[in-house]
Design a protein around this ligand. Sequence first.
Ligand SMILES: Cc1cc2nc3c(=O)[nH]c(=O)nc-3n(C[C@H](O)[C@H](O)[C@H](O)COP(=O)(O)O)c2cc1C
Length: 197
Amino acid sequence: MGIEAATARLACFMTTTMIIVGSVRPGRIGLPIAQWVRDRTEAAGHEVDFVDLAELALPFMDEPAHPSKRQYTQPHTIAWSERVDAADAVVLVSPEYNHSYSPALKNAIDFLAQEWQGKPFGVVSYGGASGGLRAAAALDQVMTTLGMVRVPVDVAINGAGGLVADGTFAADSKHVATLDRMLAELSRYDEVLRPLR
Ligand SMILES: Cc1cc2nc3c(=O)[nH]c(=O)nc-3n(C[C@H](O)[C@H](O)[C@H](O)COP(=O)(O)O)c2cc1C
């Protein structure tokens, strides 16, 4: 395909990307980091659904049937299901807690099953020296089990606590370039995976 045809095709292709804030703690640095991800995602031309798990306030999983049956009984599950169904791609903004990710994030993921399937995802992880990479690895295992496809770009933010001041995350040029590559890959994978969903 020529450049003009490819550009025209991309121009009419819009990815709706769900950004999930994986920390719900008061004083969390995850919120400003996720806001930075949101702003860049919008700038990259994606439609954004910004999900702050603290606002979503799901209880501990309270459905009697396995989520794969989609026999939901609770209004909060039905609303969450519809929201994830509407997304084409997902970015998980994840802290690292004890070498894994947060219980709030696991709970939100476990509520659903088919809704995640066949969608690309990327992880923006953060922490101390590790940049939250162990949390990202733990997420890979769970999300791929649910039928999601991880794009081959990770954003891992080292020493993240020192990069947030007055509620703003100060990204460096490497963070920006890596996130932009991840977003481009999410769109590319969305286009390929969409017919499978
Ligand atoms: C329960 C708990 C466990 C933590 N475990 C890790 C860890 O394993 N690796 C790491 O790099 N940082 C760890 N930290 C430090 C976090 O990276 C840091 O507190 C960060 O601000 C957490 O993200 P949040 O503020 O968005 O919740 C831990 C923090 C908490 C509260």
